[in-house]
Design a protein around this ligand. Sequence first.
Ligand SMILES: [Zn+2]
Ligand SMILES: [Zn+2]
Length: 111
Amino acid sequence: MAKPNRYPDNWREIANSVKESALWHCAKCNQQCLRSGTSSDLTKSERLKLTLTVHHRNRIPEDNRLENLIALCRACHLSYHNRGQSNISPGQLSLFPDDAMNWETYELLLD
Ligand SMILES: [Zn+2]
Ligand SMILES: [Zn+2]
């Protein structure tokens, strides 16, 4: 699977450290999310709900300064990208290629 080219090689490392420093809580709704690599009996859709993603505040994926990055659960992340628009389903997230969400979500679905 190809990673979007705009992300640095160590994006996973960067994203993981953002999530670690957020203690795997969403910055918006404070939901406790699943640590990546945690095995569980949850279904994929349940796990997706508990997936923490990393959002670029300025929507520029090359800008990986920690102050530009924020840990958000999937629902909150979607709502950030969904402002002013109606009913965008998770399958339409490729509408936002400027951000890490697709990549992170896709990765989770593969395991
Ligand atoms: Zn949230
Ligand atoms: Zn985002």
